[in-house]
Design a protein around this ligand. Structure first.
Ligand code: TYD
Length: 148
């Protein structure tokens, strides 16, 4: 069984989309193996987005993930480990393209994302490959927080 990391981003939390997003993964038959609310630090987010280091938009993306984009008094991310057959590719397909303006209309990002001030507010993160999933799950969860 494959595992993948999902992050419900601050834009989706603010729009109260958490339940709708989770229901889509549940409908795919995926099992929740870990769940938590995280007030993510800049250090954690820079490690998570290490692949973006050096890009002109990384600072904006980190700020967005810390909820700074709309001056929310309280910032949070909901992190989940989902498990199931081909979980990584099936969840990515449910998300759609990175850019919400280009994502297919039946995908989560196509339906709930937007681009504001050059930052893609795309509602959900999901690991891109099984290797990425292993790295990201280890970053966001302690081993004992994920069901065996
Ligand atoms: P990336 O890891 O390339 O995409 P994905 O989230 O689909 O795996 O980028 C991480 C996040 O950075 C992406 O979800 C939104 C943001 N981003 C931008 O704001 N502008 C950009 O041009 C890119 C490529 C990403």
């Amino acid at each position: 069984m494959e595992q993948t990391l999902i992050l419900i981003k601050p834009d989706a939390i603010e729009k109260r989309l958490t339940g709708i997003i989770l229901s889509r993964f549940e409908a795919l038959g995926l099992e929740i193996a870990g769940a938590k609310a995280v007030s993510a630090t800049e250090e954690l987010l820079r490690k998570h987005y290490a692949n973006l280091a050096g890009t002109p938009f990384v600072d904006e993306v980190v700020r967005f993930m810390m909820g700074d984009y709309n001056h929310l008094p309280d910032h949070r991310i909901y992190a989940f480990v989902l498990r199931g057959e081909n979980a990584v590719s099936r969840v990515r397909a449910a998300l759609g393209a990175t850019n919400p303006d280009k994502a297919e209309p039946w995908t989560l990002r196509g339906q709930f994302g937007c681009v504001k001030n050059g930052v893609m507010q795309n509602a959900v993160h999901a690991s891109g490959t099984p290797e990425e999933a292993a790295r990201e799950i280890a970053l966001w969860f302690k081993p004992e927080e994920v069901l065996a």
